[in-house]
Write a new protein. Sequence first.
Lengths: 391, 325
Amino acid sequence: MTTRVGIEVSIAVADAVRLTNADVIAAYPITPQTHIVEHLAELVANGELDAEYIPVESEHSAMSACLGSAASGARTFTATSSQGLALMNEVLYVASGMRLPIIMAVANRALSAPLSIWADHSDMMSVRDTGWIQIIVENGQQAVDNIICAFRIAEDRRVLLPVMVHLDGFNLTHVIEPITLPEQTDVDKFLPKNRFPLPLNPDKPVAMGGFAPPVIYTEAKWAQEVCIRDSKEVILACWDEFGRVFGRQYHPVEKYHSDGAGVILLTMGGISETASVAIDEMRAEDENVGQVRLRLWRPFPFEELRQAVKDAEIVIILDRAISLGGPGGPVASEVKAALYNQVKRPKMVAFVGALGGRDITVAGFKNLIKKGIEISRTGSQNEYEIYGVRE
Amino acid sequence: MEKYAIYVPRLIKKQENFAPGHRACIGCGEALAIRLAFKALDNNVIVANATGCAEIFASQLPATSWHLPWIHTLFENTAAVASGVEAAYKVMRRKGIPLPENTKVVAIAGDGGTSDIGLQALSGALERGHDFTYICFDNEAYQNTGNQRSSATPFGAATTTSPLGKKSIGQFSWKKNMPEIAVAHNIPYVATACHSYPFDLMDKVAKAVATKGPAYVHILSVCPTGWRSATDTVIRLGRLAVETGVFPLYEVENGKYKMSLNLPKLRPVKDYLKQQGRFRHLSDDVIQKIQDRVEIEYQKLLEKAKNGSKTTKRKSRAGAGKVPA
């Protein structure tokens, strides 16, 4: 039986990659992802992980090397953050379009300008439509578990899509948490060997990445859409199996006292844990509030979300990213869209906050929820509210 | 010619790795150069192809000209993709995963994909020392998108983005010296080649791929469409580029320069320029400027080659056949 030990989350993520026996890691350093790749480089240097570590000259090349590696049939990992993710952007579309099972940890961080190295979800939202499966975690244990799950999901023959695991920069990557690292033998049993069906191989030549004339492109994209939608079934089965083997169960929408709650706060990422404390305190004060947290961002968990908020009167959504000149935050837009055609739908209030490392405290969340309830009753001229801004 | 018909099949194998039927323009030097380059190799090769003419004209889904495993992803990243393939094979082999023996990785790109947008990825891959070969098929502009200038476009050439105008004589800068940039990475093998010297080209590609570590081959590929030249002058123009010293053929093996041809006297650059519409507007003054520059660059190269042997064993094959101007 494994024990929980205090370990920095980045180190634990690297150790999770070690447990998957990854073949190739191609990465470029960027704060706050550095501790993940530094530790991986160290594991390779010490012979604790038999892998090729490619110290590429940019994130664009990191993801490009991952394409070549995954296309050759090797188990492939990288990690990045913020500007690095933005620089990778065009390569991300290729990874999913070519159905290459690449795993990437993203230490979520704000996008420049102004330069900020601190956490928010701007980077994650900028790659929303890249066709990657996207999982968001809230603590170190979830990060470790979902890195391992990500490989199993991505490499499944029914899926063959790249997977991002998002964890907040600094607030998560750089903190020491009690984490249980799974045993190697258990991971070996849980995670089958990577058998990419059509690798680049001179014995059986394949041509990958030809160009699609109009008569083919739509079909290619639709096939990809069907694939990512259907991947949810595999993701659910993977999390169920993980729960059976390791005793920790994950869901596309995580519920926290949300059943029967009149007011539900919807959050994503590490800040959700602070929000949960606020929920506890408010419930102790006899407020009928609950919380849901999105674990799966892509494919979007429509059914699970609708189920989770079906009895709520008010849903308050917090985005850690801003869609400038638009409706506020991408999460709120999508939640509203997912619920719009429901016969019975809650009132929805959107907030944007906690940008660029700005904290929202427990008291802050209580304040935010109360403000949200008030807006839902009085109505607002604004598409969304920005929380905690000095004007 | 009769002698060639007898001897060529004995010198090179019949097998094609790059099939005909693709959509290249009439008289495409690049298609010929690719065919020759991969004819020089066995079928143990994985090809990473940058976006560009060759990728577009030979890969429209669901068809392909490639008999080799082939991957195209983007424009600027082909050296990085090749790095990933090479690293993957290395580690999978080490871990005992069954793979074909002696697999080679060859990255190919045009001059824009190499000397402009792909330079960083190429530099990174050369510096890291991956065991792969990078071949630049240089047709001296972005021909796939319609003849826009690149940093490999020669001085004075009119392109769609370095047009001739009242205030412009065409390309305003001198051609970037990509082979020298490759040499500066201290890699074991760098060579220049041209499809008009087919045996030399094939020898160099075979040698590059057999080299352990990174190798770079820069192949001048005449583009009648972009160069505004007659489609039946492709071979001749390649010859003239070499014989005028505009595009010298040489190798750099472990830092040692070797000229591939012994040219007692360079032909005037005018012989080369006058057959191309892209240079049609150049005045004698400008042509002289080009002549001077070519001579200086050629001399610099000869100086570097002085320490190596004066000629190589390849000389006789490279020099085979005289082409009338």
